[in-house]
Ligand binder design. Structure first.
Ligand code: ATP
Length: 286
C-alpha cells in the first residue's frame, strides 16, 4: 500500500476526557472504514485530520502536506474534502447555491470555471435535475448527496466522510454506498460509520477506535477472521456468550467463547468488531 495519510501519536484531551489517546494510523487510496462505539473519538479524529481542530500532541501528513506550518495547512486544506456530521445547510439556499458557496470558500474564484465545477459535482451525485431546488425541500438522502457534492468540489485527494449514511433508508444507503465507492477510486477516503455492512461491502481497510485508542487496523477480512470459531448457535441463551440474541428462526446467535462441540456459525465483520471491543464498549455500540 502506498501511504497517503500518515498519523503518529495523535492525542487530544477535552478537560479530563482523552478523546484521542496516542492514535497512529496509515491510509492509502481507496475507502477505509472507521468503526467505533459512541464517544470513541471518531469525529474528533476526523476533525483533527481535516485541520478543524489541532491535536495536543502528535503529528500527521496528508499527501505529503504537514499541517504543522501555515503553508502546509493551507496546501492540505486545498486537497481536502470534508463532509461533517452536521453539514449545517442554509434552508433557503438551492442545492446549486450551497455547493457554489462551498466552492467559493475553496478559493475557486473564476465564476465560469466554478459554476462548471459545481454542475460537475452535482451531476456526479445525480442531482442535476434538482439543482435549483431549495435545501429545505430536498429529502434527507438528497441533502446528504448535496453535502457529498460539496465535499467533492475541486477533486480533493483526501475525502473525510463523517457518518454520511445516518438516517438514510436502505435504498438511499445503497445509492450512497455506490457514490462513496466511486469517490474512492484513485482517492483516499476515510469513512466514519456505525454500519458494519457498509464497511464489509465498501472498504478495503478498517480501523476500530474505542476510548480514543486504535484497537484494530487491517482489512475487513482480518477483522472478520477475529471471530472465526467464536460464533455459534444454541437453543437457549448461552451463559458464556459476550453477546447473544434470539434470531428470527428462534435459535440464539452467540458471540464469545463457545463450549465444546458448539454448532459454529460463519462469522461476520460485525462479530469480529464486537469481539474487538471491551464489555462496556459493546453496550455503547449504536
Ligand atoms: N467539544 C467537546 N468538548 C468536550 N468534550 C468533547 C467535545 N467533543 C467531543 N468530546 C468528547 O470526546 C469523546 C470523543 O467524542 P467524539 O465525538 O469524537 O466520538 P465519536 O466516536 O465521534 O462518537 P459518536 O459515534 O457518538 O459520534 C467523547 O467522550 C465526547 O464526549
Amino acid at each position: 500500500m502506498t501511504v497517503t495519510v500518515s498519523a503518529s501519536g495523535l492525542t487530544l484531551r477535552y478537560g479530563g476526557t482523552r478523546a484521542l489517546d496516542d492514535v497512529s494510523l496509515r491510509l492509502g487510496a481507496g475507502v477505509t472504514g472507521l468503526l467505533g462505539p459512541n464517544g470513541a473519538g471518531k469525529t474528533t479524529l476526523l476533525r483533527v485530520l481535516a485541520t478543524a481542530v489541532p491535536a495536543d500532541q502528535g503529528s500527521f501528513t496528508v499527501l505529503g502536506h504537514d499541517p504543522g506550518s501555515a503553508a502546509g495547512r493551507q496546501d492540505l486544506r486545498r486537497t481536502l474534502g470534508y463532509l461533517p456530521q452536521n453539514p449545517g445547510f442554509h434552508p433557503d439556499f438551492s442545492a446549486f447555491e450551497f455547493v457554489d458557496y462551498v466552492a467559493i470558500l475553496k478559493e475557486l474564484t473564476d465564476r465560469t470555471a466554478r459554476h462548471r465545477e459545481v454542475r460537475r459535482v452535482l451531476d456526479a451525485v445525480d442531482l442535476s435535475d434538482v439543482r435549483g431546488r431549495r435545501m429545505k425541500r430536498l429529502s434527507g438522502g438528497m441533502r446528504q448527496r448535496v453535502a457529498l457534492a460539496a465535499a467533492l468540489v475541486g477533486d480533493p485527494g483526501f475525502l473525510v466522510l463523517d457518518e454520511p449514511t445516518v438516517g438514510l433508508d436502505p435504498e438511499q444507503r445503497v445509492r450512497f454506498r455506490e457514490l462513496i465507492a466511486q469517490a474512492g477510486e484513485g482517492r483516499t477516503v476515510l469513512l466514519s460509520t456505525h454500519q458494519t455492512e457498509d464497511v464489509a461491502m465498501l472498504c478495503h481497510r478498517v480501523v476500530v477506535l474505542a476510548g480514543g485508542r486504535v484497537r484494530f487496523e487491517g482489512t475487513p477480512a482480518e477483522l472478520t477472521a477475529r471471530a472465526a470459531g467464536r460464533v455459534w448457535s444454541s437453543a437457549e441463551r448461552a451463559p458464556g456468550a459476550r453477546a447473544g440474541w434470539r434470531t428470527g428462526t428462534g435459535t440464539f446467535r452467540n458471540v464469545g467463547d463457545p463450549p465444546e462441540g458448539a454448532d459454529l456459525l460463519e462469522p461476520t465483520l460485525e462479530d469480529g468488531y464486537l469481539l474487538t471491543l471491551g464489555d462496556g464498549e459493546r453496550e455503547a455500540v449504536a
